[in-house]
Design a protein around this ligand. Structure first.
Ligand code: 6R9
Length: 643
């Protein structure tokens, strides 16, 4: 496109940036030509090792065999805390900003180290050993970060479950990875509303007989139910625990965490990440993508329940000795100026958020932004879904006053860290494009027949080689790892995203090509929502598709066929919504339920989602040929009764 807008790197930004355009070109070329040499050098620079590795990389993508720095010994918590104590013990590691603007707190590296060591000792006295799994279900408070690091310190594998998930979702995640310990809080707070975290855990644990310990952080002080023997107060146990806890030497390929994510089929998968490669990758990408300099205040607005929180609130920033802001609240509470006020209050230099938040705040108008200074801001970031050029321009012009580059970072739970993104001192920006691959990343575009497309083209996005931060397996089901990611294009990792590459080699992610929808940057499988809906006794069949939604990116549109004799009523609709909330969580609640006397199916009984998508999008002109359907009149009926 010749009329597209290009934003060059601002000269003053480039002047102080770690990497400039020529550095990117040279390092990228080297990272491909001498991949192992490049990564060995980075692993030595970004991570401190107790013992060196034997091999840099072993990889057989088709077999799902990926190992980086095998034989090397390190500890992630030691890297994120202990090694900083001599030089930055009194520096703020975490700035906590509460849901209520009256509450904020600074936690230094020394204080965080102390809390992590004590908590690690508490876990040990409760029998947690290297390799054991621990579930973390916490609000956005420093103790959530401490819980992750305490696990890492003793070699336990954490599985963080987002605080918006329901008891059913917690239960299935605990059972899948056989967690024996849960770390939670009495309640969380979001937008002034209390989230009953402990009560949700209690309910989940009715189905989890192996869980013997629940550590409860006293956060709001609310009354909660208590099970003696099993439950313990976080603060009380820490107060009497020793603050001396040696960091367990871990192999580079020992597991660090499991994080569940939705795919096109079945239950959410436990994406497994390991230790040495992951830490190297997130530390490097945090430093270069965000051009982090000592003394900067960095704020990523994600929740630690998502991979963005793991890699870019906790592990990347703390490995680099950064000051990372942890925000408990929501963008619009108490007013739509909250983000900008927090930026002024804590003098934030680097701000990383999601397009859905940008669109919601854009809708509140320029007023709430312009009432604040934002002079501290130097760089803006975006993650979670494609950012539409209008939102990009607003973010750039109004929030960043035209002086802050925007890094549009493309990556996934599975990739561990950012793979395609501008480097702000090196890359000219095109609004809506994640721009260029980072070091060691070789993207390719494939056509439907498995041919790689050269030059400017559109196709399915794959990666040709592994990188240190890549997932290693699906927890407990290695075959599923291979089947989901490595089989579609043998020898390549398949991302599930569609993508266009333009004549300048810039990548434009067009969204998922599978049955995954992206609602407010949260990934949901349509199959998961359908399974929840059909649990209701009135439902015979359900088909869920995404449709464009002004704020959320995609909305959830459910076509529901009722059992014979059941009448569609508003009350039944509410019951179905409640069923989805109970099974998954409020984030999966359909925006639209359309009662469907029948669903469009092929003669072999396959639901034609393509047609349902067109109906949901109200793109009736392109429904196309329906003559191959078992019963073409179904479509006319659905069109006539669109929700
Ligand atoms: C980090 C994260 C991954 C999916 C991914 C893609 C979409 C994320 C994006 C983006 C366009 C970006 N996605 N970042 N699409 N531009 N900058 O979000 O992980 O929750 O696993 O979602 O999100 O579709 O495949 P996750």
């Amino acid at each position: 496109m010749s009329d597209e807008k290009i934003y060059p790197v601002p000269a003053d930004f480039a002047a102080r940036a770690h990497l400039k355009a020529a550095d990117y070109e040279a390092l990228y070329a080297r990272s491909l030509a001498d991949r192992d040499g490049f990564w060995a050098e980075q692993a030595g620079r970004f991570v401190s090792w107790f013992e060196p590795w034997r091999t840099v990389c072993e990889e057989d993508l088709a077999a799902g065999h990926i190992r980086w720095f095998a034989g090397g010994k390190l500890n992630v918590a030691w890297n994120c805390l202990d090694r900083h104590l001599a030089t930055r013990g009194e520096q703020t590691a975490l700035i906590w900003e509460g849901d209520d603007p009256a509450f904020a707190r600074h936690v230094t590296y020394r204080e965080l180290h102390d809390e992590v060591c004590r908590l690690a000792n508490v876990l040990k006295t409760r029998g947690v050993k290297k390799g054991d799994r621990v579930c973390i279900y916490m609000p956005m408070i420093p103790a959530a970060v401490a819980a992750m690091l305490a696990c890492a310190r003793i070699g336990a594998v954490h599985s963080v479950v987002f605080g918006g998930f329901s008891p059913e979702s917690i239960k299935s995640r605990i059972l899948d990875s056989d967690c024996r310990v849960v770390i939670t809080a009495d309640q969380g707070l979001r937008g002034g509303k209390a989230i009953p975290l402990k009560a949700n855990v209690d309910q989940a644990l009715e189905g989890c007989p192996n869980v013997h310990t629940v550590l409860v952080y006293r956060h709001t002080g609310a009354d909660i139910a208590w099970q003696d023997g099993r439950d313990g107060w976080y603060q009380d146990l820490l107060a009497s625990a020793s603050a001396d806890c040696p960091a367990e030497p871990m192999d580079a390929e020992d597991p660090l965490f499991i994080l569940y994510t939705s795919g096109s089929t079945g239950k959410p998968k436990g994406v497994l990440h390991t230790t040495g490669g992951y830490l190297t990758y997130v530390a490097l990408t945090h430093k270069y993508v965000f051009d982090y300099h000592d003394g900067d205040v960095y704020w990523c607005t994600a929740d630690v329940g998502w991979v963005t929180g793991h890699s870019y609130i906790v592990y990347g920033p703390l490995a680099n000795g950064a000051t990372s802001l942890v925000f408990e609240g929501v963008p619009t509470h108490p007013t739509p100026a909250r983000f900008w006020e927090v930026i002024d209050k804590h003098q934030v230099n680097i701000f990383y958020t999601a397009p859905t938040a940008i669109r919601a705040l854009m809708r509140a108008g320029d007023g709430p932004v312009l009432g604040t200074s934002r002079k501290s801001l130097r760089l803006l970031g975006s993650v979670g879904e494609p950012i539409n050029p209008e939102a990009w321009e607003w973010y750039h012009r109004v929030v960043g006053e035209g002086r802050c580059p925007i890094v549009d970072t493309w990556w996934q739970t599975e990739t561990g860290g950012i793979l395609i993104s501008p480097l702000p001192g090196a890359t000219a920006l095109k609004p809506g494009s994640a721009t260029k691959p980072l070091f060691g990343i070789e993207p390719a575009l494939m056509d439907a027949d498995g041919n790689e497309l050269p030059g400017a083209a559109s196709g399915n996005l794959v990666l040709k080689r592994s990188w240190p931060g890549m997932m290693r397996s699906v927890y407990g089901d290695h075959q599923r790892f291979i089947d989901t990611y490595l089989k579609a294009y043998p020898g390549y990792y398949f991302t599930g995203d569609g993508c266009r590459r333009d004549e300048d080699g810039y990548y434009w992610i067009t969204g998922r090509v599978d049955d995954v929808i992206n609602v407010s940057g949260h990934r949901l499988g349509t199959a998961e929502i359908e399974s929840a809906l059909v649990l209701h006794p009135a439902v015979a069949e359900a088909a869920v598709v995404g449709y464009p939604h002004e704020i959320k990116g995609q909305g959830i549109y459910a076509f529901v066929t009722l059992m014979a004799g059941r009448e569609p009523t508003p009350a039944l609709r509410d019951e179905l919504l409640a069923t989805v909330r109970k099974e998954i969580g409020a984030i999966a609640s359909p925006d639209v339920i359309q009662w469907a006397p029948g669903l469009p199916k092929t003669r072999s009984g396959k639901i034609m989602r393509r047609i349902l998508r067109k109906i949901a999008e109200n793109d009736l002109a392109s429904i196309g040929d329906t003559t191959t359907l078992a019963d073409p009149t179904v479509v006319e009926e659905l069109v006539a009764n669109r929700g």
